[in-house]
Design a protein around this ligand. Structure first.
Ligand SMILES: *[C@@H]1O[C@H](CO)[C@@H](O)[C@H](O)[C@H]1NC(C)=O
Length: 350
């Protein structure tokens, strides 16, 4: 008979995000997608001219894949991926970008670097413009969704790592401000930002997919560490709004995409993979699906990727939701975005 202690350990193992691959088919596809991403786009320790925030997202995906696959294939990426970009990152002019970098470092176990970039982001907090939240950049004239949502997640991840109460406070303060702001549209999706005319109204900017995904892990940490059930209610409502408002035939669609045109730039091609991966991150921290609704959605996205976006030998386009009419693009961003979805599906039970 197992002792009480081993039952406790087993219960811990069963809920740990470090438990290996469950949906092997998606893990296998992710391993190939990652190898292609790296062989085509990663040279001399970096991704060339690709913006460092996307490199940070790539690094996060690759760290998660290593855990999922039980490997350490990509553990060195984090050590060089920002080398050519430290000037741009350290100047504090892009308060969303530095948070992607902070998350990548945290995920790789480098708290000192994570904290450095978190602290840069924290300088953007200001209560004398729209009552609170973070500025987007050094112009200090725009409060937007992504910067603030990331601060909720980055603060949650910092608290999870350090248990230093200031991070939980930062999460709660920013979430309270965001909820009370007019950032969310009537369809339950966050728009890009607030008007900078002094009225701080919803600016009707694009409802990008990642504007809905970026804060979900933060809400999971809030629930995990405070038991705040409303964090789950909010996260579920946001995910329901994604399913309702940002899909076609069940597949995620960025608003700049159609089956016969592609107006998405490299940034925008990155968003869907973040959204799906962060949904998985939410589920693994909170343990709170509604039945299997959100797990099912995540797996469905990987299935769409494998149906519509896949090309020969594990290369992926940006177009997930329908048959490519000829304009889908095959880029470092589209490859990494597909990778995010495949990893997320690999993290689910199947
Ligand atoms: C859970 O999902 C079902 C099916 O979509 C829905 O009817 C129900 O309202 C959801 N529960 C909550 C609390 O959102």
């Amino acid at each position: 008979m197992p002792s009480t202690l081993s039952l406790v350990s087993l219960a811990f193992l069963a809920s740990s995000p470090l438990v290996a691959a469950k949906c092997q088919k998606y893990v296998d596809a992710a391993v190939t997608a990652a190898a292609n991403l790296q062989s085509a786009y990663f040279t001399n320790g970096g991704y060339g001219s690709q913006q460092p925030w996307i490199g940070a997202v790539d690094s996060f995906h690759l760290s998660e894949l290593d855990t999922l696959a039980g490997a350490s294939t990509y553990s060195d990426v984090i050590n060089t991926v920002f080398t050519a970009w430290t000037g741009q990152l350290d100047n504090g002019n892009s308060y969303d970008d530095v948070q992607w970098v902070s998350i990548a470092y945290l995920r790789a176990g480098n708290l000192a670097q994570a904290q450095k970039y978190y602290d840069i982001a924290s300088t953007a907090v200001s209560t004398d413009y729209c009552g609170g939240g973070l500025f987007w950049n050094g112009n200090h004239d725009y409060k937007n969704a992504i910067t603030n949502e990331l601060y909720i997640t980055t603060s949650g991840f910092m608290y999870d790592t350090t248990k230093d109460a200031q991070y939980l406070t930062n999460l709660q303060t920013t979430w309270a401000w965001l909820k009370a702001s007019k950032m969310m549209g009537s369809n339950g999706l966050f728009n890009d930002g607030l008007t900078n005319d002094g009225n701080c109204n919803n600016n009707q900017g694009t409802q990008w997919t990642y504007n809905q995904g970026a804060l979900l892990p933060g809400l999971a940490y809030l629930y995990k560490y405070t038991g705040d059930e409303s964090a789950i209610t909010s996260a579920w409502a946001i995910m329901d709004a994604i399913i309702m408002g940002l899909t076609v035939d069940g597949g995620l669609r960025e608003s700049c995409e159609s089956t016969d045109a592609n107006l998405c730039n490299a940034d925008q091609q990155t968003f869907k993979g973040i959204t799906v991966h962060y949904m998985s991150w939410f589920l693994s921290v909170s343990g709170r699906d509604n039945g299997s609704k959100y797990t099912g959605f995540i797996v469905a996205q990987a299935d769409k990727v494998l149906q519509f976006a896949v090309g020969p030998a594990g290369w992926y386009s940006n177009l997930w939701y329908g048959i490519n009419g000829g304009q889908a693009t095959w880029t470092a961003s589209s490859q990494a975005s597909a990778l995010g979805a495949l990893i997320a599906a690999g993290q689910q039970n199947c």
